[in-house]
Ligand binder design. Structure first.
Ligand SMILES: [Zn+2]
Length: 139
């Protein structure tokens, strides 16, 4: 696997603050300075009041597992050595949403509704979010 074949996220104007935070170990989310709305995903305007005054805040990194799936067939050659791997979608306590791979050691505890913690894993020099722990089993 070469570095160039692995599809890494490309930070842009909307997401640069997120990736800068990730590099420093912080999980950031966008919050409107005008109305307080938490954006589920980063945008250039508040999806509720259309304000462009958007702040970035640091998450406590805990959330509830919305859904997850195990990938058995690599969608790209770069992922061939990773299969099988688990992709999870987590609704964070602050109101935003994270899609992340689950680290192998916590896959056994994954269930919809489980409480999980997000951390970061270095992938070719970029800090990518991962589900690093199940902190409480599903009710
Ligand atoms: Zn707003």
């Amino acid at each position: 696997m070469t570095m160039t074949s692995y599809p890494l996220p490309r930070p842009n104007a909307q997401t640069r603050a997120y990736w800068d935070g990730a590099a420093a170990g912080a999980l950031r989310y966008q919050c409107c300075a005008g109305c307080g709305h938490v954006q589920r995903i980063p945008r250039s305007l508040c999806e509720r009041c259309q304000s462009s005054r958007l702040d970035w805040k640091d998450s406590r990194r805990t959330g509830t597992l919305l859904t997850f799936t195990t990938v058995h067939r690599a969608p790209l050659p770069a992922f061939k050595d990773m299969v099988p791997y688990v992709i999870a979608i987590v609704d964070m306590d602050e109101g935003f949403r994270v899609m992340a791979n689950a680290l192998p050691h916590c896959r056994g505890g994954l269930a919809i509704g489980a409480r999980v913690r997000i951390g970061f894993q270095d992938v070719h020099g970029m800090a990518l979010p991962v589900v690093e722990a199940v902190v409480e089993a599903a009710a």
